[in-house]
Design a protein around this ligand. Structure first.
Ligand code: NAD
Length: 456
């Protein structure tokens, strides 16, 4: 038996214990884990900073956001998932109908390296709160952070191994996908998601995919340009641009385009470390493609990228078919293109194969919300970036190459549950059609009623 198989086996027995607890019993244990993480935030954020190269304050912010979600999931699981009555309807008025969301069993969580706590905990916390055991395969670039989270669980909730980590590269992820877990929660690139889905198809294992993004910001002519530029800089250059729902493209109404570029350029400073050795070459290829197709490098250019660091790059008037526009860059680069009107901005935003999130800047918040509703994305922020990331009651996830299924919020809890419908007959039906010796007169009456109700 391999290590992954043995770990999943142990998780199976832990799942029986954990799934058998009440929501209140699980909540107190989840909150004990939360307190452990919160009390050791310094140690954990130092480890994240060491493994990813991001500043420790950014790592601490990531932990703060993750803990907020964990707290919400622990406190809301009972209300969202617990058994409750639903209307039984006309045909089954003699039944009481109840609905409950029960655990699936063991969830395999496969995580990325860019937010090695916030991102996987979006699945792990909600899966645990829904009563499942979890086997977590962190990215091979952040193994110690992944192991730390599982050790923290064992310290806070000793006994059954409800949360365990298995370490290694993609081959370990593939093994976990094969292992017979009851669901896989994958976060990573669309290319890997395709491989994971192919394996899941073999074993008919359900899957949630949190994929990449090519998120756009739309800046209307009436926007607060300073606020929009600050948000674009944070969303585009923060975490060295390695944010799935960060800003990669900006569409600005032509009348304010030069002014926006000016204000954004003033904020495009500071060299940052890239987490993986492969990433700088990808970023350079995107910048070179944009420039060779006639895009203007307003700040920086191909020379901003060394073997391990990247300084911010602002690219203007980049052809929409450049890979800098069509593919996820995952570096501190922003493509800023002018548009004739908001209709064009919406069309270009939606032209992407990705659809994770977007942001809209306009002083007319009613109009901005209307624009958000026209975008083919799973989330949108008005007059801010990544606003949704810190709201635990909101679901998160994308469409297209950005994935499917949802983590966070009530949808995130249900994602790791099976709905179970139960009816209980209270009295015999006055018109009983569910019997072999059905009375033809009763059927006649039922048909009359049916026409009266639905055929008028
Ligand atoms: P990746 O696809 O290279 O790897 C993700 C995980 O999958 C890693 O743990 C890896 O070991 C594992 N893996 C690789 N091959 C596998 C296989 N055949 N079977 C099973 N598992 C396998 O992604 P990455 O580079 O680690 O992360 C960056 C990507 O993640 C970006 O595209 C980013 O946008 C995306 N991301 C998405 C979200 C979100 O919530 N939507 C959050 C963070 C990152």
């Amino acid at each position: 038996m391999t290590e992954v198989q043995a770990t999943v086996e142990k998780a199976r027995s832990a799942a029986r214990w954990w799934g058998g607890l009440s929501h209140n019993e699980r909540r107190s244990r989840l909150l004990a884990w939360k307190r452990h993480i919160a009390r050791h935030i310094g140690e954990l954020s130092a480890l994240i900073a060491e493994e990813t190269g991001k500043p420790q304050d950014d790592a601490a912010l990531e932990v703060m956001l993750a803990v907020e979600h964990l707290d919400w999931a622990a406190r809301h699981a009972g209300k969202v998932l617990g058994r409750h009555k639903v209307p039984s309807g006309m045909l089954a008025a003699n039944h009481v109908a109840t609905l409950e969301y029960l655990p699936l069993g063991v969830i395999g969580v496969i995580g990325p390296w860019n937010y090695p706590v916030y991102t996987p905990l979006g699945s792990v916390s909600y899966a645990l709160a829904a009563g499942n055991a979890v086997v977590f395969k962190p990215s091979e670039h952040t193994p110690r952070t992944g192991a730390w989270l599982a050790d923290a669980w064992a310290a806070a909730v000793p006994g059954e191994p409800v949360l365990q980590a298995v370490l290694g590269d993609g081959s370990v992820g593939a093994e976990l996908t094969w292992s017979g877990v009851d669901k896989v929660a994958f976060t990573g690139s669309a290319a890997t998601a395709r491989k994971v889905m192919a394996t899941c198809a073999e074993t008919l294992t359900p899957l949630v995919v949190e994929g990449g993004g090519k998120d756009a910001m739309i800046v209307a002519a009436d926007a607060d340009l300073d606020a929009a530029a600050r948000a674009a800089a944070f969303g585009g250059f923060g975490n060295a641009g390695q944010t799935c729902a960060g800003v990669e493209r900006v569409y600005v109404e032509r009348s304010v385009y030069p002014e926006f570029l000016l204000r954004l350029s003033a904020l495009a400073v500071g060299e940052q470390t890239m987490t993986t050795p492969e990433q700088p070459a990808i970023v350079r290829a995107h910048v070179e493609d944009a420039v060779s197709r006639g895009g203007r490098a307003v700040v920086g250019g191909p020379s901003s990228i060394t073997d391990s660091t990247v300084a911010p790059v602002v690219l203007a008037e980049v052809p929409e078919d450049s890979i800098a526009v069509t593919e996820e860059t995952f570096g501190p680069t922003l493509v800023v293109n002018p548009v004739d009107d908001i209709g064009e901005a919406i069309r270009l935003t939606n032209a992407s194969k990705y659809g994770l999130a977007a942001s809209i800047f306009s002083k007319d918040s009613h109009r901005a919300t209307g624009i958000a509703r026209k975008l083919r994305t799973g989330a949108a922020s008005v007059n801010a970036v990544l606003g949704f990331a810190g709201v635990p009651s909101l679901p998160f996830g994308g469409v297209g190459d950005s994935g499917f299924g949802r983590i966070h919020g009530a949808d995130g809890l249900r994602e790791f549950s099976r709905a179970q419908a139960v009816t209980r007959q209270r009295f015999a039906a006055p018109m009983d059609l569910m019997r072999l010796d059905r009375d033809p007169k009763v059927m006649q009456r039922a048909l009359k009623l049916f026409h009266f109700r639905h055929g008028r």
